[in-house]
Design a protein around this ligand. Sequence first.
Ligand code: PLP
Length: 370
Amino acid sequence: MIYLDNAATTVLDGDVLAAMLPYLQSNYGNSQSQHAAGRAAAQGLISARDRVAAVFGCKAEEVYFLSGGTEAGNLAVKGVCSAHGKGHLIISAIEHPAVIESAKQMQNQGFEVTFIKPDSRGIIPPEEVEKAVRPDTVFCAVMAANNEIGTIQNVQKIGEICTRHGIFYYCDCVQSVGVVPFPVGVANAFAVSAHKFHGPKGVAAMYIKSGSKIQGIISGGRQERGLRGGTVNVASAVGLATALEKAVNGENNAKIASLRNTFVKRVLTEIEGTHLNGDPVERVPSNANISFDGCEGENVLFCLDLKGICVSTGSACSAGAVTPSHVIAATAGETYAKSAVRFTFGKYNTAEDVDLTVTALKEIISKIRK
Ligand code: PLP
């Protein structure tokens, strides 16, 4: 199998699994319990939080463990809205559905939302964010790097605008670990999800700046300083910390970028009617999102799958209904959105993977077009 879907999820790193095992098998206590088993788990949790805080560059009490990037997006949007009761939100039109759908829900509850369109390269212009600011703006979300086309946003500038206007800025960093520095100085909150960088699924770490106006959305026990009820998954928190420490220096970026660049160059020159979606330079090293004229992205995906090559389309598939990607539709238009395929490279890919995928694509695209 050739796995080129690393933006969807990644394989668990062996060191991460080894770090997690003691908390699954021997130190399995509830970190809230007051006996020795609980204390052993609590020690693991304290250390995981300290390690994440060291990587983020923040205080340990500003790190929260959640169930994933989706929960982080929900908490940011709904938690800030709930703390304010009313107001206006600024949301980039190419956010992950966790943020977009939460914002739409808040719209239904009376909040006003301005969605900021990207330019044709997939970049959210900071000046458009500034123009959208109103006296009652309470929240802004612009992600660090997009999950579909990989474009990197000007987080620093957007954060500065929000700071100047006293607006809570949430920056989704799920796709930018090891590529974009964490926006500790300018964001009120940001989050990473372990399964995107060779950690376990179902765990995220979220930075929330002390003193920020936000309320929890999951009621329960007093876990996570009362912001997020529910027994903490200590093994996963330890796994996230270990995976984050390994990923944050971006030591594989050059290798990944080189594979991706060779792939893009070959596809664009060896297959006619192909277009790279997103900015060619301002993008994460792993991402190549390409539209194939005259092809449906899903057909390309299925044909590649038959040859053992895993990719994804620019489309979100829910309950059997395929809708063209809102991200590519907003940047390059509906036609490119329907014919888009996302290839995302990782540290375990090889030059041979690139070669075999280009060869397979040449055959598949020509067959589909006939
Ligand atoms: N945000 C971005 C940019 C993502 O790519 C994803 C996952 O695809 C998420 C949020 C959701 O993360 P999780 O899978 O941990 O819920």
